[in-house]
Design a protein around this ligand. Structure first.
Ligand code: ACO
Length: 325
């Protein structure tokens, strides 16, 4: 066993879908002015899904996990590692992963934990799962990105509240003699911790600080474009591959302009860029597995294709994973 390979994928979007027109009307009622034209021009986003107030990340994760299990012809008992990437957990603790383990009825005692790397969370989680499989700690991992970002938005701040959505995506990764995850490249630079953050916390039974998302959009944009290219190139070099070997680029779905810029820098055709940001908005750690699952289900991504998954987000964190699907 030399590799871990993706056996199957799944995803889930909460049923409440808001087009830009729906959101513009809701915000107008609160005295916040924006437009479909501004949102589409600056971000490429046309719609997003919001979970009902009582629905948690673990519930979205559960639905995505069930779909991934079913697509792989697997049962919950076949899983021996659970990693959930999220920045919007159900509660301070326990982790979403352990809540998901319980929801799935997995009682084999397998390890379950969350990874918190914001929008890079899924590439971090996939890399950790790959490493644990390669060291024989696990044979078959459920790796999920799940978010309810609508909970941490300030709906009076038009510069951020139009960008995000809720959802979950899941993959099942298993030990294999054939590829497989070929290479990963992960980074963080805490000097940029303030450009994208939710600065509040819980203390003495109260919320301390501001529990809504704050972002310096232009600073995030500039950093994101540079690091996404360097991480992709580093992963290619580690695997002995070049830009030309990539069949599909599946980046974090934050903003179409960041995604197009990365595609150009990697000298790839726009036809090879998987885009779901238009329909999902930015679902943070869920965006890459959601996009992957949509690309698989639509028939675009086929067995044997070379996929470049890459994420960037708060921290600042970033990373890329090169996978032969
Ligand atoms: N509707 C209408 N006008 C708006 C809106 C809105 N929703 N939001 C901002 N504006 C206005 C601003 O007030 C400003 O007006 P002014 O010039 O009169 O002051 C104008 O639009 C330009 O604002 P900027 O913030 O400079 O707009 P910019 O072109 O930088 O686009 C955006 C903003 C889309 C956030 C961009 O900076 C961006 O894409 N940044 C990347 C950040 C990102 O994608 N973050 C997602 C999370 S991070 C991640 O996932 C990696």
């Amino acid at each position: 066993m030399k590799y871990s390979r993706i056996v199957s994928t799944g995803s889930y979007l909460p049923p409440r879908r808001l087009t830009n027109a729906d959101l513009v009307a809701e915000l107008a009622a609160k005295g916040v002015e924006t437009s479909d034209e501004w949102i589409v021009d600056r971000t490429g986003i046309r719609a997003r899904h919001f979970a009902a107030p009582e629905v948690t990340s673990s519930e979205l994760a559960y639905e995505a996990a069930l779909q991934a299990l079913s697509s792989g012809g697997l049962q919950p008992v076949d899983i021996d590692l659970i990693i959930v990437a999220t920045s919007t957990p159900d509660m301070v603790f326990p982790s979403v992963a352990t809540i998901l383990q319980n929801k799935l009825g997995i009682t084999n005692g397998c390890p379950a934990f969350d990874v918190q790397a914001v929008c890079s969370g899924f590439v971090y989680a996939l890399t950790v799962a790959d490493s644990l499989i390669k060291t024989s700690t696990a044979k078959r991992a459920l790796v999920v990105g799940a978010e309810v970002f609508s909970r941490i938005l300030d709906f009076k701040d038009r510069t951020t509240c139009v960008l995000f959505g809720d959802g979950a995506g899941a993959v099942i990764l298993e030990a294999s003699d054939t590829p497989g995850i070929l290479a990963s490249d992960l980074h963080a630079d805490g000097r940029h911790k303030d450009i994208l953050c939710v600065p509040g916390t819980v203390s003495g039974g109260l919320v301390l600080g501001d529990p809504t998302l704050k972002m310096d959009g232009p600073a995030v944009f500039k950093l994101a474009v540079g690091v996404l290219e360097s991480a992709a190139r580093a992963a290619l070099t580690k695997a002995g591959k070049t830009d030309a070997d990539i069949d599909w680029l599946i980046p974090h779905q934050a903003n179409i302009r960041i995604m197009q810029s990365t595609t150009k820098k990697l000298k790839m055709s726009m036809e090879k860029l998987i885009v779901t940001v238009d329909q999902h908005g930015n679902t943070s750690a869920a965006s890459i597995p959601l996009a992957l699952d949509f690309a698989v289900r639509s028939g675009k991504v086929k067995r044997g294709d070379m996929l470049m998954l890459e994420g960037v987000g708060g921290g600042f964190t970033w990373g890329a994973v090169l996978v032969q699907y």
